[in-house]
Design a protein around this ligand. Structure first.
Ligand SMILES: C[S@@+](CC[C@H](N)C(=O)[O-])C[C@H]1O[C@@H](n2cnc3c(N)ncnc32)[C@H](O)[C@@H]1O
Length: 316
């Protein structure tokens, strides 16, 4: 093991060190920044950097109180540069797969640089179309819907008709004065109860949609998500929705557009194979509601079910 080639091979054979070199070849970073990119501890990064520094793999410079590191392949000794090229090429190939660790490193690098940069114009010019990935990496997707729901005016009472396990209730609770979830199935309500524990403005009621346990004109808005295709007689259900809405109130319906999956009748007890816009407009009119908007939703590429629509039915 006296030849430097073995030392160099052993340096590059350690995956964290290889990732570090690759990231530092893209951009100069301080120790803390590199730790955040690799999602590992600063002592671990420092330990590896010490070894890389001793082997002449990285360049070091002081920036204020911090030490920044980078890799400049042109400054490596020829044998080290050749070895690095052998390691770097497959890592770059791997990074083409967005799910790979190396692609994640690069996205986190963008995120770390984004936080560092005072010049947002420069930042967004550099990120270009990759901003969605960086946002996903830094903040996830869960922030988008709550931000949009904050558009609702304050002080509303909102009913979730056929709330099931209550997936919508924690989204509605922070932006509403009161939220009422109604469902006829105790098993569903049990899950919903656990979900809304600690949310003081949510009430769960067991009841049927054609005989709602809600006073007349008791809610400003109602939502009925993925329920109506289970209901044989839709007239009484929509009439009940109208009764509990205040004048000017709105019912949001999320359901499937017309489809031909006949087996859903047997396998899931569907009473209707989706709805057309005309059917919903006619049902609304018969209940004294008007179809204010109708929109087919863009399909989710990960979903296998039929396409969905969202309709808003208004009480005059
Ligand atoms: C497919 S789940 C949808 C649950 C929830 N809205 C969601 O989007 O996750 C349909 C729910 O509607 C309820 N449901 C169906 N018909 C009902 C009726 N006539 N009265 C009350 N609840 C009903 C079922 O018990 C079930 O919990």
């Amino acid at each position: 093991m006296s030849s430097p080639v073995f030392e160099r091979l052993s340096t590059l054979a350690e995956p964290t060190r290889a990732r570090m070199l690759r990231v530092l070849a893209v951009h100069e970073l301080a120790v803390g920044e590199l730790a955040r990119v690799l999602q590992t501890s600063q002592p671990t990064v420092s330990r590896h950097l010490k070894q890389l520094d001793a082997g002449g793999w990285v360049l070091r410079r002081k920036v204020g109180t911090a030490t920044c590191y980078r890799v400049d392949p042109s400054s490596l000794e020829p044998e080290a540069a050749a070895l690095w090229e052998v390691v770097r090429a497959p890592l770059d190939e791997d990074a083409r797969d967005p799910a790979s660790l190396y692609a994640e490193d690069l996205r986190r690098l963008d995120g770390v640089l984004a936080e560092r940069s005072a010049d947002s114009e420069e930042l967004f010019r550099r990120l270009g179309g990759r901003w969605d990935e960086v946002r996903q990496e830094l903040f996830g997707e869960a922030c988008l819907l709550p931000a949009l729901l904050a558009l609702l005016p304050p002080g509303l009472t909102i009913a979730d008709l056929g709330c099931g396990t209550g997936a919508m209730l924690p989204l509605l609770a922070p932006v509403a004065a009161q939220v009422v979830g109604v469902d006829r199935e105790e098993a569903m309500l049990e899950v919903a109860r656990a979900r809304v524990q600690g949310l003081d403005n949510v009430t769960l009621l067991r009841g049927r949609l054609d005989d709602l346990p809600i006073p007349s004109e008791g809610v400003d808005l109602a939502v009925c998500a993925l329920v109506l295709h289970h209901v044989r007689e839709l007239g009484p259900v929509l009439a009940e929705a109208r009764r509990v809405l205040r004048p000017g109130g709105r019912l949001v319906v999320l359901d499937m557009g017309e489809h031909d999956r006949e087996d859903y009748r047997q396998t899931m007890g569907h009473q209707h194979l989706g709805f057309s816009r005309e059917q919903v407009a006619a049902l609304a009119a018969a209940a004294g509601l008007s179809l204010a908007t109708w929109r087919l939703l863009p399909p989710d590429p990960r979903a296998h079910g039929p396409g969905l629509f969202v309709a808003v039915l208004a009480r005059p």
